[in-house]
Each structure stands twice: as structure tokens, then as C-alpha cells.
Design a protein around this ligand. Structure first.
Ligand code: SF4
Length: 279
């Protein structure tokens, strides 16, 4: 990828603003991503997604209290945020979507919350939690600019001897496999955060990392090794990175379908009813 892909927009540019946290989904099924993020197609979340939202809110509250100068938050106080977010969602939730009851979601979530606060969080020295990011503009050619905006949803910045690392919390039923935290497919979002953090702080990052919170009936947590997610975004000397592929999609307006996606289902894709590619 050429370095001049990340530039400043001019008054003549056509700018599309997208949330940095959605960038990973673009490379799962771009057609689905276009439907949801550019065409405004929406569907209610399931209870498992709401469980994820609740545990991200409670762990963020706890970690914010561990920042330098932060006001300490107890594990129990932060657990209150979990219960509130789970039981009083601010969005539509379809309680029939997942094979999970609210009672089970609460039990799993509270267990994971405690495991995270007591065992995982103390392993990190955080600089920021879900920090707001300055926008980054990507030149797609032909006067088309994609503007990455938003906050580091669910991600933190940690201080390590090697430099700043970006740990991103992922929750779900399959985030740990055979005892290993899954990092496959995580580079698009984490690499985006690395790029945005580097632009804002004008200093390199040491990499990204996945903190996994497994929301199965036997909850589990795990932390992946640090890896260079940015490389996947930028590419190498002789291979284009994901930004190059994304730029082609935005410039041409062609967002290819991926019927092999794990989310290709009427349960999870808002474009399902009008999409011909899953047949
Ligand atoms: S139905 Fe499948 S192929 Fe079509 S947009 Fe949704 S996820 Fe992609």
C-alpha cells in the first residue's frame, strides 16, 4: 500500500464517514456492511449481543477507574453497570434470536465480569479506555475519501516496555478455540485503531492484542499474544493491504457478497431478504 493513501480531504472531495469499529465487518461480508452502514438497514440485536454490550460497559467502567488519576471503581459497583445495561437495553433486542435466557445471560456475564476484573485487567497498565479518535481520511482515488471516525469501541491502550499496545475485548461463544484466543480476522479493526492512534499521538504502536471473554455456559477468559495488525491494513512491499481493497470498493461502489460468512443468516444479516447471493 502506498503511504499517500492516508491524506487530508480537499473541498472537492466526496467524503464518506464510517465508524472505525465497523471496519472489521467490511471484510467479512462487504455487501452486508454496505447495507447496514451506508444504506441504513437495521435489525434488532440478539440477547447474546446485548450480553456482550453489557459486559463491555461494565469492564470499561472498571478499567476507567484504573487509569492514572481515575477514581477507583469496585468490582461490585461495575457489576451494577452490567446488570443495568443487560436489563435496560437502549436498543431493540430480539429475545427469541439466541438460545439464551436473561437469567443465564446474567449468570454468565457476572461470572465473566468478575474473572475479567480480578484476573485479566490487572495484567495491563492502561493509558486510555475506549478513547475517542481523531478522524483519519483514506484517499480512494477519483476524489473519493473514506473518513474513519469514532471511538475505540471496546478497546484500550496499554503501556508495555515495547510501546503502546491496543488490547481489544471480544466477547462471544467462539472467541476461544482449543484453549487459544482467536485472532484470525481481527486485524482489520485492530489495525485501524493502531493507525488512528499513531496518527493522533505521532508515535508508533507495538501492536494489537485480543482479550477474549467466552460467553458460553462455562465462561472463560484469555489474552492473545501481541501481533502487528497494522501490517494487514497497510500491506507489504509487494502485496496490497486491506486499505487498498477497501479503497477499490468505495471508489467503484461494488461491495461484494460473502455467503460463506458465519453471519450470513436471516438472524444476523439485515440485508438477507433483498440479497440474492445466499441462495
Ligand atoms: S445475506 Fe449473506 S451474502 Fe447477502 S449480504 Fe447478508 S451476509 Fe452477505
Amino acid at each position: 500500500m502506498s503511504a499517500n493513501r492516508i491524506i487530508a480531504a480537499t473541498p472537492d472531495s466526496r467524503v464518506t464517514a464510517v465508524r472505525a469499529s465497523s471496519w472489521g465487518g467490511l471484510f467479512d461480508c462487504a455487501h452486508k456492511w454496505e447495507g447496514e452502514h451506508l444504506l441504513g438497514m437495521r435489525m434488532p440485536a440478539g440477547l447474546r449481543a446485548q450480553l456482550g454490550t453489557a459486559i463491555h460497559a461494565s469492564t470499561a467502567k472498571f478499567d476507567a477507574g484504573r487509569l492514572p488519576g481515575g477514581e477507583r471503581v469496585t468490582v461490585d459497583d461495575a457489576a451494577g453497570v452490567f446488570v443495568d445495561t443487560l436489563t435496560k437495553p437502549e436498543r431493540d433486542v430480539d429475545y427469541t434470536k439466541d438460545d439464551l435466557t436473561v437469567r443465564d445471560a446474567e449468570r454468565i456475564g457476572l461470572t465473566l465480569h468478575s474473572m475479567y476484573c480480578l484476573d485479566v485487567s490487572p495484567q495491563f497498565e492502561f493509558q486510555s479506555v475506549e478513547a475517542k479518535l481523531a478522524p483519519v481520511d483514506i484517499d480512494c482515488g477519483g476524489g473519493v475519501i473514506v473518513r474513519l471516525t469514532g471511538t475505540m469501541d471496546r478497546a484500550r491502550v496499554a503501556t508495555t516496555p515495547a510501546g503502546a499496545v491496543i488490547p481489544d475485548i471480544k466477547s462471544g461463544a467462539r472467541v476461544i478455540e482449543k484453549g487459544e484466543v482467536k485472532t484470525k480476522g481481527r486485524s482489520a479493526q485492530l489495525g485501524t485503531y493502531q493507525l488512528m492512534h499513531e496518527q493522533e499521538h505521532r508515535a508508533p504502536t507495538a501492536g494489537g492484542q485480543v482479550i477474549a471473554l467466552q460467553t458460553t455456559s462455562k465462561p472463560a477468559t484469555g489474552v492473545s499474544p501481541v501481533f502487528d495488525a497494522k501490517r494487514v491494513m497497510l500491506g507489504t512491499e509487494d502485496k496490497p493491504g486491506l486499505i487498498e481493497f477497501a479503497a477499490d470498493m468505495f471508489r467503484t461502489g461494488l461491495f461484494p457478497p460473502n455467503p460463506q460468512s458465519l453471519l450470513c443468516s436471516p438472524k444476523y444479516c439485515a440485508r438477507w431478504s433483498s440479497c440474492i447471493f445466499h441462495e
